[in-house]
Design a protein around this ligand. Structure first.
Ligand code: HMG
Ligand code: MG
Length: 310
């Protein structure tokens, strides 16, 4: 008998110290598909986005307006936005690195953007072709113009815990970069463990180094299987927005050793079990990831998808 019919996961009332509700920031169509070897047809991407919204996700990062030669997998951003069925109550943020990207996003009717900074010099250079300092000069006019147009702007900080070239990252460096993004006008800061090396103690140290957790979200890749325990550590410290990717797809083409994000199904299984509300229908989501795995020609890396859909 499938475990869902047995009433699993067993729900307990939400223990103290956890938020009653968590906002899931779904990054599968962007972080997931940017890392695929094959270019996925736009029709498949559109169905993926629509199924995610149908499963109850209300924030779905749709694509990136980056240089198409840097990320050819998302070069169809305009076509995707033109074909997207915008659903009421669902936000579709996109990544924007610079003013050229912002022009393209505005022309496509985007209302929510995310800029993405690096906590380390090497990754700023590899991912953005800028020095650590130059990245701020690139982002500043983007945030100013976007805010003037009434757009919401999220800021990512990548390599918050470890960097494949520079090793361990000092929390003070992450706080310095994050503070500059917040001062520019970002409404939220997503702290990225781009290569998935963090453990829960490091998460506590980093979150504790910020003056407030209120603007913070977390973005864990699952390379070393720590993403769920890291998320739980963040939730216990008051974070209530968590990034994850349907089916556990993901990775960054400019960071060696980056693997998939925390799978949204694994996150929802945990939160359902804890009685923390997400608004996500786990069965509809697992169906979506099983369907996409069929299109990609390989099984989903999510443990929960494999357990539920074999
Ligand atoms: P660059 O080569 O330095 O660009 O790339 P440039 O400013 O020198 O411009 C060169 C030419 O590119 C110009 O054309 C521009 O117009 C054009 P020309 O005048 O020579 O004809 N151009 C563009 N065209 C279209 N769209 C644009 C654009 N920008 C410039 N947006 C750039 C700099 C930032 C553009 C490049 O490095 C880039 O696109 N990087 C993106 C890399 C990326 O997307 N990485 C993955 C996302 S980050 C991630 O996954 C981490 C995250 O998940 C969090 C975590 O896990 O930690 C967010
Ligand atoms: Mg990522």
């Amino acid at each position: 008998m499938p475990v869902r019919e047995l009433g699993l996961p067993v729900r307990v009332s939400s223990p103290g110290g956890l938020p009653e509700r968590v906002t899931i920031w779904e990054v599968g169509p962007r972080d997931g598909l940017q890392n695929e070897q094959a270019v996925i047809p736009v029709e498949v991407k559109l169905e993926f986005l629509d199924r995610l919204a149908g499963a109850g996700l209300t924030t779905i990062e749709a694509t990136s307006f980056v240089h198409p030669k840097w990320v050819p997998q998302l070069a169809d951003a305009e076509e995707l936005l033109a074909g997207l069925r915008f659903r009421d109550g669902v936000r579709y943020p996109v990544l924007v690195p610079n003013e050229r990207g912002l022009d393209r996003a505005l022309a496509a009717g985007v209302r929510h953007i995310a800029i993405f900074a690096s906590a380390t010099e090497t990754f700023a250079n590899r991912n953005l072709n800028r020095t650590l300092d130059e990245q701020f000069a690139m982002f500043d006019p983007v945030v100013t113009r976007a805010r003037a147009e009434g757009l919401d702007v999220r800021g990512y900080v990548s390599m918050c815990f470890g960097d494949p070239w520079e090793g361990a990252v000092d929390p003070a460096q992450v706080v310095a970069v994050g503070t500059r993004l917040l001062d520019m006008g970002c409404s939220q800061l997503s702290l990225g463990d781009t290569i998935g090396v963090a453990t829960a103690g490091q998460v506590e140290s980093l979150l504790g180094a910020f003056p407030s957790v209120e603007p913070l979200a977390v973005h864990f890749h699952d390379t070393y299987g720590q993403a769920l325990s890291n998320t739980l550590a963040a939730l216990r410290l008051g974070v209530s927005t968590v990034d994850s990717s349907a089916g556990g797809l993901g990775g960054c083409p400019y960071a060696e050793s980056a693997t998939g994000n925390l799978a949204t199904e694994d996150l929802v299984w945990l939160l359902d079990g804890l009685g923390v509300r997400t608004g996500v229908d786990l069965d509809a989501l697992a169906d979506t990831s099983a369907w996409l795995a069929g299109k990609l020609g390989r099984p989903s890396p999510s443990r929960v998808v494999r357990a539920l859909r074999g």
